[in-house]
Design a protein around this ligand. Structure first.
Ligand code: DAT
Ligand code: MG
Length: 132
């Protein structure tokens, strides 16, 4: 079964939305195979966000992502990678469709409630980083 990585970000954890967010995946026939709560350090974020570390928004993103507890999930199901991305919604919550997690719980483009791997290769890479 296809697997993908989900991170419930510090903004959503602070909004007490962990349960509601997991329920949205489960309602769509996705299965949580493994999960834990942690506070991410800079090293793991640099590895996870390798494609973004040189970008102007990265320092703020890393600061936000390490600002509080996150939930790390291994999510499985048919087409799990694309399914999670669809359920998450557009990167910018202001552009996210009704019924998506980012529409319901996102704050702004920087603080957008959840991460989902972009494609199958990223999912494999990211799962190795977060589930050693
Ligand atoms: P996604 O999380 O939808 O895959 P991404 O990979 O382009 O989006 O960016 C990773 C995260 O970085 C995103 O969830 C929020 C932050 N981010 C992206 N673009 C941004 C921007 N223009 N300003 C601030 N933060 C941004
Ligand atoms: Mg991405």
């Amino acid at each position: 079964m296809e697997k993908t990585l989900v991170l419930i970000k510090p903004d959503a954890v602070k909004k007490n939305a962990i349960g509601n967010i997991i329920a949205m995946y489960e309602k769509n026939d996705l299965v949580v195979e493994d999960m834990y709560i942690t506070v991410a350090d800079k090293a793991i974020l640099d590895e996870h966000y390798a494609e973004h570390v040189e970008k102007g928004f990265y320092p703020e993103l890393a600061e936000f992502m390490s600002s509080g507890r996150i939930v790390v999930l291994k999510v499985a199901g048919e087409g799990a990678v694309a399914k999670v991305r669809a359920i998450n919604g557009a990167t910018n919550p202001a552009e996210a469709e009704e019924g998506t997690i980012r529409k319901a719980f996102g704050t702004d483009i920087g603080e957008n409630a959840v991460h989902g791997s972009a494609d199958a290769a990223d999912a494999e890479r990211e799962l190795k980083i977060w589930f050693k």
